[in-house]
Design a protein around this ligand. Sequence first.
Ligand code: GLN
Length: 486
Amino acid sequence: MNLTELNLTELRTALRQGKTSSVAATQAMLDRIVEQDNEIKSYLTVTDEMALEQAAEADKRIANGEESPLLGVPIAVKDIIAAKGAPTTAGSKILEGFIPPYDAFVVERLKEAGAVILGKTNTDEFAMGSSTENSGYFTTHNPWDLTRVPGGSSGGSAAAVAAKMAYAALGTDTGGSVRQPASFCGVVGLRPTYGRISRWGVVAFASSLDQVGMFGRTVADTTALFQAATGYDRRDSTSLDVPVEDFEVALTGDIKGLRVGVPAEYFIEGIEAEVETAVRAAIAQLEKLGAEIRPISLPHTRYALPVYYLIAPAEASANLARYDGVRYGPRVEGADMIASVKQTRALFGPEVKRRIMLGTYALSAGYYDAYYGRALKVRTLIKNDFKAAFQQVDVIACPTCPTTAFKIGERADDPLNMYLADIFTLSLNLSAGCGLSVPCGFDSKGLPIGLQLIGDTLQEATILNTAYAYEQTIERRKQLPDNGKL
Ligand code: GLN
């Protein structure tokens, strides 16, 4: 049995049937990492010893007849999420060597479900970026074309799943950081409703937008991870205390009568022609499956980018005040306390410094009302756009990104151009819904394209089932890089 070729769902069955063991699957992933990751560079830390111990434990639980949902399944975790005993750097030098003494809620949940943690994946520093080029350590390469970015900020997790170095992975999505890299790497990426997954133990970037999300090779794989990760947590005051339905059972593939909205504002000038063609073809496919396609409008879409780049940096400037060399991570000693704090904070990379300055400015007395206050008002208008749209439709379908993966270095010195990579994903974070990206084809360079499906608050079951129905119409194996080299 070629263990790296199995997806999560297939592995789960093989484990239950005793056809393989968690130790064997974990070892297969670790071998694959040794083989591939010196080029792709998706992992910041591989926790091989801990992983094999967890796998041996899972094998015992399987032998005892336990049927926990992720029992024995090896996964990867974005390095912005705390995992006990493993370094958690958030991709930043300011947290180099920081080992959290506890697991994030989501890691705790996945461990309880029996998952094996292979390691921590690369990210743009504090999740600020769209390419992993802002990581304080190194850039991750796209498994489809090593000269290109995997997207970001959860680029390490997306690349690890695409290159079969994990069966699934966790990321975070504050403005698109799960959906955009999923699109660039040809995997499925889900951004659940804000509050669906506790942020306890997740390094804060912009607290009103941050949400843990997940990557899988297929919709079913992604759903399995989501199912295990969601649930109420009293330690996060924004955690939603709502019933958790059976999302796996909801994957029926039946979307007859589903009302799918296509927003005019997401097919704009600047979008690559091949992306538009592929996304429109995917929408036509949904129609063939029985969905009813309707044109809709989200009129305030064009304000999403400026609003996001006021709110996110404002919240970040407050959240990142805690890195002072006293509480976490390294400390650079200066002549006095002020000098120590200053020199320690010089460990932040240029993008993080830019955001702290932007955010501090937007929040400062005299500018607060003009910038931050106004951004909050426009955020409400964007939320209302979605509310109105979901009166008419069940799901919104559009591109995840205007382009396919760009070259490493191409946008690195051009922050505005980099920010445009998230133009279609940001609005969702500013509203209250959920969204995902599912592969829907390739451009002429062989790079993956993503279809974004957006749902109303807590409507994950609907978007996952829509993606599942669509996915059944495409050949899944072709959706992962397999060019002989990988
Ligand atoms: N790329 C966006 C940013 O740089 C979104 C990041 C994210 O979702 N974490 O802020």
